[in-house]
Write a protein that binds this ligand. Structure first.
Ligand code: OOG
Ligand code: NI
Length: 487
């Protein structure tokens, strides 16, 4: 018995990401095409860029890397989601209010479940953007609709008792034995499959008139994975190759423009999934075949995490871009974007670090052997930069053992592990068939990070604090090695 294989949270997480990916590939064939093209793009990128290609994550990590998106209806449901992901070492990070993230808005608030420690992220960074309906927001729903939503959502059960029991056990015991792990993964995957249950047509269409997202959440008795997103190292290349294969992408890549300087934060693009057959129950009790377009394919490229100052600069830049590019072509938007970027961000990583705009960790390495120049992923800091002088500074003689060569400081960018509310709202919106209706004259419902933490019954991590902690730990470790006090 004691010899039985035991799966730790990260192994459950990696296995769950694979299992969901297999399931989604069967349900949405275009996703399989997307994976194929993503692999081609990444293989070519690594072939042409060598070790530089892996500065923001090893190729193994990037190849397995996915994010998913799910949507639930109530605090009870999101607290259950937190237990299931908690079993996999995924914790709630960040608060996103998509009700007024941009001109396009949807009646949800969100968080992301993901690993928070550097080692855990390196093992498998699977993350799930999780949105929750706000039926009490009067800009979207009437009091009567709120009451009927509460009733409908209160009567459904998304996650069965056995799944939740196994989740709690895994979280309490730090994993599960193989047999229980297999059952947990089977039930968890099943919970996110698209249900073939007939949909109440009148109710679904009523909610759809408010928001297609509201109908997708509150109009059906189950939940489902809404999209599963692979990561690529060159999203412009991916976009071109998908288009060449005849897949119509949304007109833009969301997030920062392509430019000469360092990639920051997150760039994403998507394509609409085909309509999927669904059965509806009509008001007179008939079951009819129809179709729904709710799911889609998305792909992303990740860049360097920005500090609060860097993020503020980014938000200002995006606001200016939106204003100036309104109504122009995509090519023109890209041109204006590059122009604003050149004014906002330095073109080198060194300057990004020096100006305190991006997060970087600092590791010591000796000139000979170990994590030398020919070392593995994440070691080639300064390459592809402006000569990398700052990243190769020698920290003087401080603490260097006599006779040994002075260690060098290697600077490595911290990859952005989170999401962007404007892009998220854009991704939601660009894939919806109906505009929906929001009455800006009505009052919303107060929702913030504390409210979300209360609903989850867990602490909500602040993304900036997590990045800063990574940096702090690297400095602490370097200082300990050198026998000096950290700055
Ligand atoms: C979530 C949309 C947000 C992203 O990548 O920004 C998202 C959804 O469609 O439910 O996944
Ligand atoms: Ni997404």
């Amino acid at each position: 018995m004691s010899q039985e294989k035991f799966l730790e949270p990260w192994q459950l997480r990696a296995a769950f990401a694979r299992s969901l990916s297999d399931m989604y590939g069967k349900e949405v064939p275009a996703y399989t095409t997307l994976l194929e093209v993503s692999h081609e793009v990444n293989a070519d990128f690594v072939a042409t860029h060598g070790a530089d290609a892996e500065r923001l994550g090893s190729i193994d990590r990037v190849t397995a890397e996915r994010h998913g998106a799910i949507r639930v209806g109530t605090p009870v449901e999101i607290a259950q989601v937190a237990r299931i992901f908690g079993a996999m070492g995924m914790h709630p990070v960040g608060f996103y209010d998509l009700r007024d993230a941009s001109s396009s808005s949807v009646p949800v608030i969100s968080t992301a479940f993901r690993p928070v420690d550097r080692d855990e992220l390196a093992r498998n960074p699977f993350r799930v953007f999780t949105s929750m309906l706000v039926p009490g927001d009067r800009r979207f729903f009437t009091r009567d609709q709120e009451r009927r939503l509460d009733e409908f959502l209160g009567a459904r059960r998304l996650f069965g008792p056995e799944l939740l029991r196994l989740a709690d056990r895994a979280e309490a015991e730090g994993g599960l034995p193989a047999v229980e792990a297999a059952e947990f993964l089977r039930l968890a995957t099943q919970a996110f499959e698209l249900s073939r249950e007939p949909v109440d047509q009148a109710w679904y269409r009523e909610l759809e008139a408010v928001s297609a997202v509201a109908a997708d959440i509150g109009g059906i008795t189950s939940t489902h994975i809404n999209h599963l997103t692979p990561r690529v190292l060159d999203i412009d290349d991916l976009y071109a190759r998908m288009t060449a294969r005849g897949i119509t992408m949304i007109p833009a890549i969301q997030g920062p423009p392509r430019w000469e300087g360092p990639d920051v934060l997150l760039r994403q693009t998507s394509f609409r999934a085909l309509a999927e057959p669904r059965t509806f129950r009509t008001p007179d009790g008939q079951v009819v075949e129809d179709s729904l377009r709710v799911r889609f394919g998305e792909v992303e490229a990740r860049g360097i995490a920005l500090t609060r100052a860097g993020r503020a600069a980014y938000d200002t830049a995006v606001a200016e871009l939106d204003e100036r590019a309104a109504g122009t072509t995509e090519a023109e938007r890209q041109r204006i974007g590059r122009e604003i970027w050149h004014r906002t961000f330095p073109v080198t990583e060194t300057a990004l670090a020096d100006q305190g705009l991006g997060y970087f960790t600092y590791e010591l390495t000796s000139d000979d052997g170990g994590r030398g120049d020919d070392g593995g992923p994440g070691v080639g800091a300064g390459r592809g930069d402006d000569g990398g002088s700052a990243s190769h500074d020698r920290p003087g003689d401080a603490g260097a053992p006599a006779g040994a060569r002075a260690p060098r400081v290697i600077r490595t960018p911290v990859v952005y592990e989170d999401f962007l509310p404007r892009s998220a709202a854009g991704i939601f919106q660009s894939n919806l068939t109906e505009e929906g209706a929001k009455d800006a004259g009505q009052t919303g419902a107060e929702r913030d990070d504390d409210w979300m933490a209360g609903a989850l019954g867990r602490d909500l991590n602040d993304p900036f604090e997590l990045y800063a902690r990574q940096v702090q730990r690297s400095l602490q470790a370097a200082a300990t090695t050198l026998g000096v006090a950290p700055e």
